[in-house]
Write a protein that binds this ligand. Sequence first.
Ligand SMILES: [Zn+2]
Length: 198
Amino acid sequence: MQYPEPVAKLIDSYMKLPGIGVKTASRLAFFTLDMRDEDVNAFAKSLISVKRDLHYCSICGNITEEDPCEICRDKTRDRSTILVVEEPKDVMAMEKMREYKGLYHVLNGVLSPMEGTGPDDLTIAALIQRLHDETVKEVIIATNATTEGEATAMYLSRLIKPAGIKVTRLAHGLAVGSDIEYADEVTLLKAVEGRREI
Ligand SMILES: [Zn+2]
């Protein structure tokens, strides 16, 4: 038996999400069918809005409603330091810590030969462009402690250091293979404080 078309379409949509196979997608689709109308409407609106109202900041690559983003516009932030992360959600994790007052740069991924992600697929050129401004004295690389994250850190270090800018890497109280976004605030703070030059 085939599912009615609206259900089949919803299952197809859920299957486009990462880590969701046909079984989970079917379960979610039928769960959606049982949800209250207002919840489903709010869900649908959020899906549309996240694409329509959010953009990437033209300076740092973070997601924002206004370009440049709030952090890039904030005159009270320390413009001598740029902390480089993989994803926008890592910026949120760092901001929760409330200790870091510098700027950010979001790579939107990591170098991954396996997945065919090269330097041109990331916002590396934009980062290098930002360093031409002589106010930047230190770049803190906070990519995740994975093989790709480490390789990306080394790549960036080799690229940035010749410009005479200090390049540091977060200390890893963060476990190997761990993601910045799941680290608690104290661990993150220690990682930033204990950063070492690379
Ligand atoms: Zn920005």
